[in-house]
Design a protein around this ligand. Structure first.
Ligand code: ASP
Ligand code: MG
Length: 417
C-alpha cells in the first residue's frame, strides 16, 4: 500500500466558484481520501464573493469600521467551507467545516491584514483520528479578544501554508486556476513556461515583484517552516510547480522568471538639502499615511543639495504629492515632480549570485528595444528597473526571450571560475 500522507489542500475562489465546481472539488478530495491520506482542506470564498462583500460595505458606509468589515468579508469562506463539507457528505466522505475561531487561528489585531501567531490543531487531529476531512475557512482568524480578523487579499494561501506548518503536513497543495508558476505571465508573453521547481527565495522575490500566484506571506511561512508547496491546477491532475528549499542545481539557472508590476508612479523631490535626518522627515510622514514606498534612489549631492526619487502605487500618487508638497516647503527643497505612468520589470534567479553580467545583459536587451530605464535596483537574486508604463509588455517579452527563450544565450562561466 502507498504511503499515507498528511496533506493540506488549499482551493482558490475559482476552484469553488459554482456548485458544479464544488462537486468537482469534493470528488478530488475523495480521491485523496480514498488513498488513505489525512486531508485538511482550506477554502477561499467563491470567486467574486469577497469583492461583492467589500462593495456592499462601501455602499453602506464610505469608511466601514475595520472590525466590522472583517466580520463581513470573512463570511465568504464560511459559506464555501460548509458547501464543500456538504458535497463531501453526499459522496460518502465524512467531513467537518471549521471556522478560524473554532480552531483558534490566533492572529494579531490588525484588521484587514492580520498576521497568524498560532493555530491549535487539536480539533483537526481529532477529525483525522475519526477519519474525517477537516474543511478550514481560509483568510480568517481571531484575535486575543475574540474579534474576527482577516489576513489581507489572497490570504487563504497563507492560511493553507500556516496550517500545513502547524500540522507538519507532508505538502501544502495550492489548487488554483492556473497549472503552476510560470516564467512570466503567459498573457503578456506566449512563450512563458511552467516551472517544475522553484526555491522559496525566488518565489518570494517573484511574489513581491508582481507575480500574483501566491500571497507573499504564505511563501515567507513556507520558507520559515520548510513546507513543500505544490502549486497546481484544481481542474486536472497535472503536476504543477513545487516551491521548495534551494537545491544545488538551481544555481545553474541564471534567471528563473521575469516579473512585472504595472500602475506605479515615480516621484522626485528636487533640491533637497543634503543633511542628516532629511530622508526620515520625508519618509516618516508617508509611512504614517500608510503609503508603501518601493524603490528609492538618492542622487549624489551637488553643492549641498540632492534629488530624491522613489516609486509608489499609482493609486497613492495624489496623497503622496499632497504630503510631499507640504514637506518640501518645510525642509526648503526646490519642488516635487511626478511621473504617473511607470511600471517595474524585474528578473529573478538564484544563478545571479555567482554570475556577473546579468545586469549588463538586461540593460543591453532594453537598449536594443529602445526602452529607457528610469531607475534601477538590485538585490542578491533580482534586478528591477522602472520603465514607462506603455513599454512593460515589450520589455517583458524581450527579457524573457533573452534569458528564458529557446535561443537564450548563456553568459560566460561563473565569476572567478
Ligand atoms: N477570499 C479572499 C480574497 O478574495 C481570500 C482569498 O481568496 O485568498 O482575497
Ligand atoms: Mg489567490
Amino acid at each position: 500500500m502507498a504511503e499515507r500522507l498528511r496533506i493540506v489542500q488549499k482551493y482558490g475562489g475559482t476552484s469553488v466558484g459554482s456548485p458544479d465546481r464544488i462537486r468537482a472539488v469534493a470528488a478530488r478530495i475523495k480521491r485523496s481520501y480514498d488513498q488513505g491520506h489525512q486531508i485538511a482542506v482550506v477554502s477561499s470564498a467563491m470567486s467574486g464573493e469577497t469583492n461583492r462583500l467589500i462593495a456592499l460595505a462601501k455602499d453602506i458606509s464610505p469608511n466601514p469600521l475595520p472590525r466590522e468589515l472583517d466580520s463581513l468579508v470573512s463570511t465568504g469562506e464560511q459559506v464555501a467551507c460548509a458547501l464543500v463539507a456538504m458535497a463531501l457528505a453526499d459522496i460518502g466522505v465524512p467531513a467537518v467545516s471549521l471556522l478560524g475561531h473554532q480552531i483558534r487561528i490566533q492572529t494579531d489585531s490588525s484588521f484587514g491584514r492580520a498576521r497568524i501567531r498560532s493555530i491549535d490543531v487539536s480539533r483537526i487531529e481529532q477529525a483525522f483520528a475519526e477519519r474525517q476531512v477537516a474543511i478550514v475557512a481560509g483568510f480568517q482568524g481571531v484575535d486575543e479578544n475574540l474579534n474576527i480578523t482577516t489576513l489581507g487579499r489572497g490570504g487563504s494561501d497563507t492560511s493553507g501554508v500556516a496550517l500545513a506548518a502547524a500540522l507538519k503536513a507532508d505538502v501544502c497543495e495550492i489548487l488554483t486556476d492556473v497549472t503552476g508558476v510560470y516564467t512570466t505571465d503567459p498573457r503578456v508573453c506566449p512563450d512563458a513556461r511552467k516551472l517544475d521547481r522553484i526555491s522559496y527565495d525566488e518565489m518570494l522575490e517573484l511574489a513581491s515583484l508582481g507575480a500574483k500566484v501566491l500571497q507573499i506571506r504564505s511563501v515567507e511561512i513556507a520558507k520559515r517552516y520548510q513546507v513543500p508547496v505544490h502549486v497546481r491546477s484544481s481542474f486536472d491532475d497535472s503536476e504543477g510547480t513545487w516551491v521548495v528549499p534551494e537545491e544545488k542545481k538551481m544555481e545553474e539557472i541564471l534567471v528563473s522568471g521575469v516579473a512585472f508590476e504595472r500602475d506605479q508612479a515615480k516621484v522626485t523631490l528636487e533640491g533637497v538639502p543634503d543633511s542628516p535626518g532629511l530622508a526620515a522627515s520625508i519618509f516618516v510622514p508617508l509611512s504614517e499615511a500608510g503609503i508603501v514606498i518601493d524603490m528609492i534612489v538618492q542622487n549624489v549631492g551637488v553643492e549641498g543639495r540632492t534629488d530624491l526619487t522613489f516609486t509608489v502605487p499609482q493609486g497613492d500618487l495624489a496623497a503622496t504629492k499632497t504630503i510631499c508638497e507640504r514637506i518640501v516647503s518645510g525642509i526648503g527643497a526646490r519642488g516635487v515632480k511626478a511621473s504617473p505612468n511607470v511600471a517595474k520589470v524585474s528578473v529573478v534567479g538564484l544563478g545571479m549570485r555567482n554570475h556577473a553580467g546579468v545586469a549588463a545583459r538586461m540593460f543591453e536587451v532594453l537598449a536594443q528595444e529602445g526602452i529607457n530605464i528610469k531607475m534601477i535596483s538590485t538585490s542578491e537574486i533580482k534586478i528591477s528597473v522602472i520603465v514607462d508604463a506603455d513599454k512593460v509588455d515589450q520589455a517583458v517579452r524581450a527579457l524573457h526571450s533573452a534569458f528564458l527563450g529557446p535561443n537564450a544565450r548563456s553568459l560566460e562561466s561563473p565569476q572567478g571560475a
